[in-house]
Design a protein. Structure first.
Length: 125
């Protein structure tokens, strides 16, 4: 399963649904994937909030046990296609392209992914 950025941020920023997100991750440990875009986005947000230490702890804790996925140059056409077909912003289109390429479902709290439920498996937390 491809874990969307917001699932990790919910935990790292100690937001309202952090326990539900932790429970899901723990239950599915060993079957979790993260896009490079999500990793970078998490870094940007944590650094912006002056939480560099939390980012360092995150990468030390999560990266050994999760598969980090990225797109090849030729795969970026899929991002554009997803954006145009489903009216998604870049980050959601990128996640969809990763999920399609690696044949994964997406785990998220972002309701924009309702637009792609007929094409990709989406689990909402």
């Amino acid at each position: 399963m491809l874990i969307d950025t917001n699932i990790f941020l919910e935990i790292l920023l100690e937001q309202n649904n952090k326990e539900k997100c932790k429970k899901f991750l723990n239950k599915n440990f060993g079957n979790l994937h993260l896009s490079d875009f999500s990793l970078h986005s998490i870094g940007v947000i944590l650094f912006r909030n002056r939480k560099e230490d939390i980012f360092l702890n995150f990468i030390n804790d999560i990266l050994p046990d999760i598969e980090l996925l990225s797109l090849n140059k030729s795969d970026y056409e899929i991002v554009n296609h997803k954006s145009n077909n489903f009216i998604l912003d870049f980050d959601d289109s990128y996640q969809c392209a990763i999920a399609e390429k690696y044949e994964l479902g997406i785990v998220t709290m972002d309701k924009d992914f309702k637009k792609v439920e007929k094409e990709l498996k989406v689990i909402f937390i």
